[in-house]
Design a protein around this ligand. Structure first.
Ligand code: ATR
Length: 271
């Protein structure tokens, strides 16, 4: 049986084992998929041990995505653009290949919901790994403009500098944001502390509001944003399943039917 897993810290909350087991069940594949907690010091060793024991592929989550990029021997275009990796695979010749499927996961989920980015003004909230992981994919879609806003402005400016080879990024303070963006994406981790980012709330007026976070029921962010008249609100379940499906495809060459799995997860969240 081919072995896969997800490495992170903390890792207990991860939904990846469930999602990958559902993919395997749907396609009649026999796989194992486990949660692996690692410390920062042991990260490289953890990966090497998994692959030495015959493991086929790993997902990488917080806080190791940059470290996974560094230990990859070769990488895909998205990993190179975002300098982060969430999917590792081990090839026959003992080399580790890394790719980032987060950005593609976001694009697919938006498309599944009939939201198209071409020509749109996009506001991205946050400047950590989650924000970085989706910028190259947003750029690919020929958006009209990208504004990044972060509580700590220096980090947003660093993003602007790091992606300057790809595109122009506007950096604005929360209270200087315009009154409307076509799409507002929350890539902050403010949900974890039940806080809303300090921004002009009129950004949501008539906008598509997408929270990359996910929870049972509405996220704290969506609950708050809903008060300011967005046209549609979505949370990150679909992105989670779509990025997992891309990893599954990299490893096993078959793309699962994600619609069925997203519906199943959403149904569970409603109950
Ligand atoms: P991730 O990898 O999930 O992006 P991260 O690298 O720790 O995690 O980044 C978290 C992001 O959420 C940061 O942009 C952080 O803002 P700071 O750079 O100012 O720390 C943002 N964030 C976290 N809590 C927030 C809050 N309460 N309000 C606004 N932004 C918040």
């Amino acid at each position: 049986m081919d072995a896969y897993g997800v490495v992170g810290n903390p890792i207990n909350h991860s939904k990846s084992p469930k999602i990958h087991h559902l993919f395997a069940e749907q396609l009649g594949h026999q796989i194992s998929y486990s949660k692996i907690e690692s410390s920062l010091e042991d990260f490289t060793q953890t990966i090497e041990l998994f692959f030495t024991k015959g493991g086929k592929g790993l997902n990488i989550t917080l806080p190791f995505k940059e470290a996974a990029f560094k230990l990859s021997d070769s990488y895909g275009q998205s990993a190179e653009n975002s300098q982060a990796v969430n999917t590792l695979s081990f090839s026959e010749d003992g080399r580790i290949y890394g790719e980032s499927t987060d950005g593609l996961g976001l694009l697919k989920d938006l498309e599944n919901n009939d939201i198209y980015l071409e020509g749109k003004e996009v506001l991205l909230l946050g400047s950590g790994g989650a924000a970085r992981s989706v910028i190259p994919s947003l750029h690919q879609k020929d958006i009209a403009g990208l504004t990044v806003c972060n509580r700590t402005k220096e980090k947003a400016i660093k993003i602007k500098e790091d992606f300057i080879h790809l595109r122009e990024i506007n950096v604005l303070d929360g209270l200087s944001l315009k009154n409307h963006y076509d799409i507002v994406i929350n890539a902050t981790s403010a949900n974890l502390s039940n806080e809303a980012p300090e921004i002009n709330p009129n950004v949501f007026d008539g906008s598509v509001c997408y929270d990359m976070g996910y929870t049972y029921g509405d996220t704290f962010f969506l609950n708050w944003a809903k008060k300011f008249n967005p046209s549609i609100c979505l949370q990150g379940w679909g992105m989670l399943v779509e990025q997992a499906a891309e990893s599954f495809y990299i490893w096993r060459g078959v793309r699962p039917d994600t619609e069925e799995i997203i519906l199943r997860l959403q149904k569970e969240t409603e109950n």
